[in-house]
Each structure stands twice: as C-alpha cells, then as structure tokens.
Design a binder for this molecule. Structure first.
Ligand code: ZN
Length: 186
C-alpha cells in the first residue's frame, strides 16, 4: 500500500466535508476506533453517510441522536477488510473529540491535530476479522513509511485518549495479534 498526497492508492474515496487543516502539519500517531451503524449491525452505507452529513434520521430509531454530529475519520476498515478513505492524512479529521494523551512525558490534548483516525467496523462483542487486522497492519506500515514522525509505538485507542467517555475499539480488539501482524510485515 502506498500513500500519494495524503491518499492511499487504490482505496475507495468518499470525501468528508468534516475536515480542516492540521495546525502544525504534524502527522505522528494513530487513534483506533470502532463503529457500527445501526449499533451492532454491519454492512450498509450508514457510516459513510454519517461522515458525509447525509445520514437519514428516519432510517433507524438510533439515528436522530447522532444525525447532527459533524464527525469523520481518515479511514474506515470494513468487516471484509475493504478500506474507505474520507479525509487525506495531511488534513485534520474530526474523530477523537475531547482527548488527552501522555506523549513521551508531555500531556497533549486535541489529538485530532496530529493523529490519523482509523475506524474499524465493529463493536464490543464481535471479534474483529482477520481481513481487518491485515488491512490495518498494511495501512499502519504505509503511514510509518510516509510520515517520518510516525512509528508503531504511536498507536493508541479512543478508549485510552478519552477514558470514561469512550471505550472503542473495545475488548474485542486483539492488540497482541495486531502487533504480530505488524511484525510479520516488517
Ligand atoms: Zn471512537
């Protein structure tokens, strides 16, 4: 996988309006998330619609509570491993919200400024799929090769940077297995 001007080559693009410039231009860490819409259901176009402000509030009883959100992520990795990119990595996506991270002893806030947000299609119950780990590892390697400040130690989760408020990607995400996938890629 290669990155060209902030976009993964060969990956489907659905441009989100929910993006702006990175204040310092820094791209140095990854925040992992999970999402399913409606919650617990996989497939369909609702996630793409949420990130492009076109979600139909009438389509499900849960949707009126989120339809007003203006959110995005750089990338969605679907259950079959397909990647969909919404925001170029050089721009700021709106995924982490209020957030805080201890970065080499320094407390940093506003993680959207310098992180890449990756959503895994999933929830807290179902194990993530092999194809998702494989895609995630390939994307992470491409990010490391493309952005000099990025490295494999700088991968965190929404749960860690927004504790009490967020729990994703949740206990179903197998960190040890993901690290193995990264190692296998070299
Ligand atoms: Zn999240």
């Amino acid at each position: 996988m290669r990155i060209e001007e902030g976009w993964l080559e060969g990956v489907r693009r659905v441009v989100s309006p929910n993006q702006d410039a990175r204040p310092q231009g820094e791209v140095s860490a990854v925040v992992l998330h999970s999402i399913s819409l409606p919650p617990g259901e996989f497939g369909g176009e609702h996630i793409e619609r949420l990130f492009t402000n076109t979600l139909d509030a009438a389509a499900h009883p849960f949707f009126p509570s989120i339809v007003q959100l203006r959110v995005s992520a750089h990338l969605l990795i679907r259950r079959d491993g397909e990647c969909v990119q919404f925001v170029p990595f050089d721009r700021r996506a709106w995924h982490a919200g209020r957030s805080c991270w201890i970065d080499e002893g320094r407390i940093r806030r506003a993680l959207n400024d310098f992180t890449v947000g990756i959503e895994l299609e999933g929830d807290e119950i179902h194990a993530y799929r092999e194809a998702q780990y494989r895609s995630l590892a390939a994307v992470t390697k491409a990010l490391k090769l493309n952005y000099p400040d990025m490295n494999y130690a700088r991968i965190t989760s929404h749960a860690r940077v927004a504790p009490l408020r967020k729990n994703d990607p949740g206990p179903a995400f197998d960190w040890a297995y993901f690290r193995q996938c990264l190692k296998a890629l070299g």
